[in-house]
Design a protein around this ligand. Structure first.
Ligand code: KIV
Ligand code: ZN
Length: 519
């Protein structure tokens, strides 16, 4: 693959290094969805799998290779002829493809794992690269555990692999052991000492065992590397690989510091690709994860919130929009200041003259102490109701009966709601007990809402734990939250949806009251 000097090739290995670390494997359909999303994201090379490892892997590599139009598909092979043949055959249908072959080069791997001499290992590598070149002129060779390989051996191996035809030389920190200055000095030494290094692109593949994967990859760029191997959300063996979104945004934001380097990543697609990978891999993204965590653009402390409202750049180096999030979220908690409350009310359409800030702020603090987090409809309610309590709720759960079981049992729910002095009863079936329950409740209330998230957590420990269900629902484009707490998770589920629907009703009646009274 040819490249401009300032272009950093992004090589994504979510479907190989990332997938091999998952407790469950991905189906062919899921791999295809991820590959197409990575292509949309602007990834240059996609490592689609390890075709020799299973028939399923071979077939998914084959299908993805046929489907990709811009990204180059790549398959992994040990320095073994049958592995290389498997990649060559799986990717043959693609217009261009890469074979990635690897062998370990550190003393501990060569002696204790491969149980061979270093000379043997060099010979195996040379043969493998030459064989791979019979399938394609895009051959990558990796020195596994390069980070712990004696530098003379590393330089010798790299020179031999390039002479055999490797066009990309990958130097992995397989066990995430090195520190940034140390890793960049390894790369710099290889760049300076290997005579034919100008005939290959130097790549790095850093694992995150000491939390250095992104820093090490960036330090390698400063030493001359021009390909970074990474995974979406930092997935991968053990502590994971270098995270794609982190390096891509670091290169974008600090391009000047990095001598004008750039990537082809379409940063606005990062959030959605991250969400897709997280969902399909069942690997939740930690809330504090850089770039893609749900808190990455949230400001909690009063001082930070105040600063951001005056000028975003006081505490934001990136905008959430630049990675495809809708906007920053202010967590309204007891730590929020008056400025924050005023700004949220302004966003909801209220002017300063609509309320007394001191009074509303005092009530907000009381509520925040009780509830933890306050949502915008709570603020609206504070404006118009003196009591924000269950007494204001339109719907109350009266009776609940759910039947579910294995085999042919059809999950069925019966719910009786109290609405003022009357009761309403409904029965429904569903694809599970919660679905049956939610069908009943939405029919009983007639409120159209789409469940957008459902989370269940245990409060406390053991038998005394209380199940907390948090739901968010979309009603006419606005998101409402509901929370239910019970020792019975089915009841907690019902309470959470009813709470969300009561919040919708409350918001509707506030707007109606405003229309009628003109305030
Ligand atoms: O971590 C590693 O060394 C690897 C190689 C196969 C590139 O994943
Ligand atoms: Zn790896």
């Amino acid at each position: 693959m040819t490249q401009a000097d300032d272009h950093v090739i992004i090589f994504d290995t979510t479907l190989r290094d990332g997938e091999q670390a998952l407790p469950q494997s991905l189906s062919m359909r899921q791999k295809m969805q991820i590959a197409l999303a990575l292509e949309e994201l602007g990834v240059d090379v996609i490592e689609t799998g390890f075709p020799i490892s299973s028939r399923g892997d071979f077939e998914s590599c084959e299908a993805i290779a046929k489907a990709l139009k811009r990204s180059v598909p790549c398959g992994l092979a040990r320095c073994v002829e049958k592995d290389i043949d498997a990649v060559g055959e799986a990717l043959a249908a693609a217009e261009r493809f890469r074979i990635h072959t690897f062998i370990a080069t550190s003393d501990i791997h060569v002696q204790d794992k491969l149980r061979r001499s270093f000379d043997d290992v060099v010979e195996m590598a040379v043969k493998a690269v030459a064989h791979a070149r019979s399938y394609t002129d895009d051959v990558e060779f990796s020195c596994e555990d390069a980070g712990r390989t004696p530098i003379d051996n590393l330089c010798r191996m790299v020179e031999a692999a390039i002479r055999a035809g490797a066009t990309t030389i990958n130097l992995p920190d397989t066990v995430g052991y090195t520190l940034p200055a140390e890793f960049s000095s390894i790369i710099a030494t290889v760049m300076n000492r290997v005579p034919n290094i100008d005939q290959a692109v130097v790549s790095v593949h850093c694992h995150n065992d000491l939390g250095m994967a992104t820093a090490n990859s960036l330090s390698a760029l400063q030493a001359g590397a021009r390909q970074i191997e990474c995974c979406m959300n930092g997935l991968g063996e053990r502590a994971g690989n270098c995270s794609l979104e982190e390096v891509a945004m670091a290169i974008k934001l600090r391009s000047k510091y990095l001598g004008g380097l750039r990537t082809n990543i379409v940063s606005q697609n990062i959030a959605r690709t991250s969400a897709l990978v997280s969902k399909l891999c069942h690997e939740p993204v930690p809330s504090h994860k850089a770039i893609v965590g749900s808190n990455a653009f949230s400001h909690s402390s009063g001082i930070h919130q105040d600063g951001v409202l005056k000028n975003r750049e006081t505490y934001e180096i990136l905008t959430p929009e630049s990675v495809g999030f809708k906007g920053n979220t202010m967590h309204m908690t007891a730590r929020s200041g008056r400025h924050m409350i005023r700004s949220c009310l302004k966003n909801l359409g209220y002017d300063d003259s609509d309320y007394d800030l001191n009074e509303i702020y005092a009530r907000f603090l009381k509520l925040a102490d009780r509830k933890g987090q306050v949502f915008d409809y709570d603020l609206e309610a504070l404006l118009f109701f003196t009591k924000l309590d269950e007494e204001d709720d339109k719907y109350h759960l009266d009776i609940l009966n759910v039947m579910s079981g294995s085999g042919d049992t059809v999950p069925t729910a019966t719910v009786r709601l109290r609405v003022g002095k009357r009761t309403r009863t409904e029965s429904s079936i569903g694809n599970g007990p919660v679905d049956a329950l939610y069908n009943c409740i939405t029919r009983l209330t007639g409120v159209k809402c789409k469940l957008t998230s459902y989370d269940i957590t245990a409060n406390g420990a053991g038998m005394d734990a209380l199940g907390q269900v948090d739901v968010t629902v979309d009603h006419e484009g606005r998101i409402f939250h509901g929370m239910g707490l019970s020792t019975d998770v089915i009841e907690a589920s019902a309470l959470a949806l009813i709470h969300a629907i009561n919040n919708i009703e409350r918001s509707k009646s506030i707007h109606q009251k405003r229309r009628l009274t003109g305030v």
